[in-house]
Every structure is written in C-alpha cells, then in structure tokens.
Design a protein around this ligand. Sequence first.
Ligand SMILES: NC(=O)C1=CN([C@@H]2O[C@H](COP(=O)(O)OP(=O)(O)OC[C@H]3O[C@@H](n4cnc5c(N)ncnc54)[C@H](O)[C@@H]3O)[C@@H](O)[C@H]2O)C=CC1
Ligand SMILES: O=C(O)C1=N[C@H](C(=O)O)C[C@H](O)C1
Length: 271
Amino acid sequence: MTDKPGIVITGASGRMGRMLIETVVASDACDLVGALERPGHDWIGQDVGAAMGGQPLGVTVSDDAVSAFAKAQAVIDFTAPAATVEFAELAAQARAVHVIGTTGLSDDDLGKLKTAARHAVIVRAGNMSLGVNLLVQLTKRVAAALDDEFDIEVIEAHHNQKVDAPSGTALMLGEAAAEGRGVDLADVSDRGRDGITGARKKGDIGFTAIRGGDIVGEHDVLFAGPGERIILRHVASDRKLFAKGALRAALWGQDRKPGEYDMIDVLGLSD
Ligand SMILES: NC(=O)C1=CN([C@@H]2O[C@H](COP(=O)(O)OP(=O)(O)OC[C@H]3O[C@@H](n4cnc5c(N)ncnc54)[C@H](O)[C@@H]3O)[C@@H](O)[C@H]2O)C=CC1
Ligand SMILES: O=C(O)C1=N[C@H](C(=O)O)C[C@H](O)C1
C-alpha cells in the first residue's frame, strides 16, 4: 500500500488501454491497481504486463468492475459508450474520479453521466491532448471574429478501426466554432453530404470524416471566406499524448468537488 492514487484502466487490451497501462506504470505519481476487459475477453485472468507481452506487473485483468473500483482513486476509461455509462455509475458509487476518453456517446448517455457526476468527479473530453484543447480555444476566438461570410468546415482523419464519426474531437471543435458564433451547433450542423445536396447553407458548420490506415488523429478547422481561407490544424502522431493527458486529469481530479469537468479545466485554458 502507498498513499499514491490507485488507478484502474478499463479496456486494457485496446489501443488506448495498452498506452494507458504503460503511462501509469511509468509514472511515479500513481499506482496501477486494476485492469479491466469485457467479459469473455481472453486477457481475463492473465497478468496485464504478461498479456501485453512484457514483464508481469502484479495486476490481473478482470471483468469485475465493482471489486476493481473499490481499490481505486481514479478510473481511466477509453472503451465504448455502453461500458462507459455503466462504469460511471460504479465509479461514482466508489467515489473514484472517472476520466472518460470514450467518444460516440449519445445525449441519453450524457444524461446518465450527469447523474453520476452528482456524486463523484467526472473529467470527460473527446481529446485529452494539450494541442487540441488549445485549438478548441483558438477556434472559438476565430469564429467569434469572423462573420458568416466565412464558411466553417471541420475535417477529421482517423485509422480504419475507428467506429464513430464525426470524431469526438471534431464535435468539440464544431461546438467551439458554434459558441464563438453565438449559435447552437444542433441548429447548424451539416454532416454527410451525398448526391444533389443543393448549395451550401450560409451559417452551417460542416463535418467530413476520412478513415484509413493507421492515422492516429488529424483535425482541420477551415474558415473559407471571400478571397481567403484560414486553416487551423492539429496532427497527433502518437497516442501517448492522449494517455498523458488522461493521467494528468486523473491526478487533477483528486480532492475536487463532485461534478463534470473537461480538459480545458484540467489544463487551466478557460477564457
Ligand atoms: N479522448 C481522447 O483523447 C481519445 C479518445 N479515444 C476514444 O477511446 C475509445 C477507445 O479507443 P481505442 O482504444 O482506439 O479502441 P479499442 O477498440 O482499441 O479499445 C477499446 C477496448 O475497450 C474494451 N471494452 C469494451 N467494452 C468493455 C467493457 N464492458 N468492459 C471492459 N472493457 C471493454 C474492448 O474490449 C477494447 O479492448 C474510442 O471511443 C475512441 O474514440 C481514443 C483516443 C484518444
Ligand atoms: O478513436 C481514436 O483513435 C481517437 N478518438 C478521439 C476522437 O474521436 O476524436 C481522439 C483522437 O482523435 C483519436
């Protein structure tokens, strides 16, 4: 036992799960106390370090969230919407900080997270990197400075295994652009053009999703105006930056009041 926060990683075998295990184990500021996978996964019952092909870490992969969360001060969760909603309730019961990187959550899912956050700290962001969260603030400022003579388009590219579109980051950027313009994204969002779409509607915020190969995550916000274009761009080339951001959020969340927070709060980037 140490007095460092104990951290549980959900979705341990996933692209982000593995990166998070490595990041937590490499940190002096916390201890890895649990690793979860979905019921039936072939990692269940194995030491997580050995399952990853390395040295044993003394943590057995389990599908028992209740027991794992009882030992944890924080849960870092990059899985899938149904799992995240279930983990939010259990993390709140255990009073563990729940850091959520999962994207593709529905409005109904978000309502359930809000309920869980009455009892515990939830830090959620569609992107945990410093660069993207700076880009969010820049997008808001540029959108506020330009009128609707400038068409706003959010273009994102990801690997061929990504299951949701637009990406969580693209939606964060779209929300920021809408906020800068003083409009509601739901009223102006234009997704998935195909066929005879008619001319672009003034004031819309468009989204385009590219999927291919092993692209980690790339986002452009395009402001296309008469005679000029502004392009704000972020390129992620290593998932480590998301894992580092998530761990920072887990440590930041210790001793905070229950509620919903995001990476703008964690990084101190609010206007
Ligand atoms: N916010 C951010 O900075 C980032 C968010 N993401 C998001 O994180 C999520 C995961 O991404 P990847 O790691 O690429 O996906 P992945 O498919 O490689 O991993 C997801 C893992 O979750 C596991 N899982 C699913 N249901 C579970 C359950 N009930 N209990 C325990 N484990 C469960 C799966 O078995 C799998 O191992 C996606 O929603 C993605 O968009 C990814 C990268 C950065
Ligand atoms: O699924 C991914 O890989 C990523 N998902 C997040 C998103 O939906 O924006 C963040 C990052 O771009 C990688």
